[in-house]
Design a protein around this ligand. Structure first.
Ligand code: GLU
Length: 424
């Protein structure tokens, strides 16, 4: 899944903005403004490699919009990261935070690096170097990074530490997704999965799917593995899961604890013995009612979409269905729960973490879960009703709702003066 057309994500984000702008009848200056990020920073990160040589990698931080609040979004470490991809993802974050009505904007960061095979010291040096390089453009009131592909609590703790030293005082609210000891929130690690679970169950009910409907999940990382466990606990049958090396399929349902153990010990779910081994492409075509792409973007393109047998696709990853796939799925009557909603649990609990850091409070796990559930349900219901009323596919409806909010805030911010300036 690493040779996917990442550069296309920026084009997709632009098409998305254009479609929403047309639907909403946005003023041309506003549509043009939302097509471009407010700020995009490229940095060079030299670091000491394990062999004693000094090497250097490229990093990016893009703030698409701060009209509704500080930019918010993750940082990914991946060999295919480009400024275009990061810009596209930052744009989607603005829409995501607006759709959930969080007091935040949209941003994204990335480092073009393959962390696999690197020592912990190398990863730490790169992360701290990246934090120093972007320290001047982030901050609790400006831009608040978080984990994304191949980054997690360790990376966020290093960034918070580095930033605190640079500004001269501990500043946990500068990043979210930290460890609990460093000011993280309870429930942040399972938030993306929990949010996806809420909206998937709600959509399944709307579509009249059986209580023990079959689920296939592509991606057994943070989102996919937790989601598999949660949906199985809800009574659904998880019949297939996969990671970057391939997947396993068992029509009557997988023993997920054993699958997770196989991955822990052998590095891949494909080591689980009591199931058929499938490729990632085959996983997308297994007989099931619910398909969850929870890996990288572009996983379901036109060709894959023709083979999907599910009735519902829940996008737990960012951008897994290409626009061409969307059209095929719509023709085939497959309902797609778009990424800006289905993957929004993570940033929602990030917002809770940021709020806790700012007022020094600590929410219980139950409070986090209840607030997340409430927000996700509210966003789902509003979207479902709007899409039905406007006769729009869910993705276009979601983007329109999000873009409308970002546009309103942007318009307000840049409104031309209508009266003469006050006399002094
Ligand atoms: N990387 C996650 C996303 O794409 C979380 C972002 C955040 O928590 O700020 O939504």
């Amino acid at each position: 899944m690493s040779d996917l057309p990442h550069r296309d994500l920026h084009a997709v984000a632009l098409e998305t903005i254009d479609a929403a702008a047309e639907l909403l009848g946005l003023e041309p200056w506003l549509a043009a403004t939302l097509r471009r990020p407010e700020r995009a920073v490229t940095v060079e990160i030299p670091y000491l490699a394990a062999d004693g040589t000094v090497r250097s990698v490229r990093g990016y931080r893009v703030q698409h919009s701060t009209a509704r609040g500080p930019a918010k979004g993750g940082i990914r470490f991946h060999p295919d990261v480009t400024i275009e991809e990061v810009t596209g993802l930052a744009t989607l974050m603005s829409i995501k935070t607006a759709l959930l009505d969080l007091p935040l904007g949209g941003g994204k960061g990335g480092v073009t690096v393959d962390p696999r095979g690197m020592t912990d010291a190398e990863v730490e040096a790169i992360t701290r170097g990246y934090a120093r390089a972007i320290a001047g453009v982030i901050g609790p009131d400006v831009d608040v990074p978080a984990p994304d592909v191949n980054t997690g609590t360790r990376h966020m703790d290093w960034i918070a530490d580095e930033y605190g030293h640079l500004v001269g005082s501990p500043t946990p609210a500068v990043v979210t997704g930290k460890s609990l000891a460093a000011g993280g929130s309870l429930g942040r690690d399972t938030a993306t999965a929990a949010g996806c679970r809420t909206v998937t169950l709600r959509a399944a009910k709307q579509l009249g799917l059986a209580a023990d409907a079959r689920v296939a999940i592509q991606g057994f990382g943070n989102a996919g593995a937790h989601l598999a466990r949660m949906l199985a606990a809800d009574g659904l049958r998880v019949v297939a899961v996969s990671d970057s090396r391939g997947g396993v399929h068992r029509p009557d349902g997988l023993d997920l604890a054993a699958v997770a153990e196989a991955k822990r010990v052998h590095g891949s779910v494909t080591a689980f013995p009591d199931a058929d081994v499938v490729t990632n492409e085959e996983l997308l075509a297994v007989d099931c009612e619910i398909l969850v792409p929870a890996a990288l973007e572009g996983a379901i393109a036109e060709r894959e979409a023709t083979k999907v047998r599910a009735r519902l696709v829940a996008e737990a990853a960012n951008g897994p269905c290409t626009p061409e796939a969307d059209l095929v799925l719509a023709e085939r009557d497959v309902v797609v729960l778009p990424d800006v909603l289905a993957s929004a649990g993570g940033v929602t609990v990030s917002c809770f973490e940021w709020q806790q850091n700012r007022d020094g409070s600590t929410w219980s796990e139950a409070r986090v879960a209840a607030e997340l559930d409430r927000r996700m349900q509210g966003a789902f219901d509003a979207l479902w009703d709007y899409a039905a009323a406007q006769r729009l596919p869910l993705r276009l409806a979601a983007v329109a709702l999000g873009v409308q909010r970002v546009a309103e805030a942007t318009r307000q911010r840049h409104a031309a003066p209508t009266a003469a300036p006050l006399a002094s």
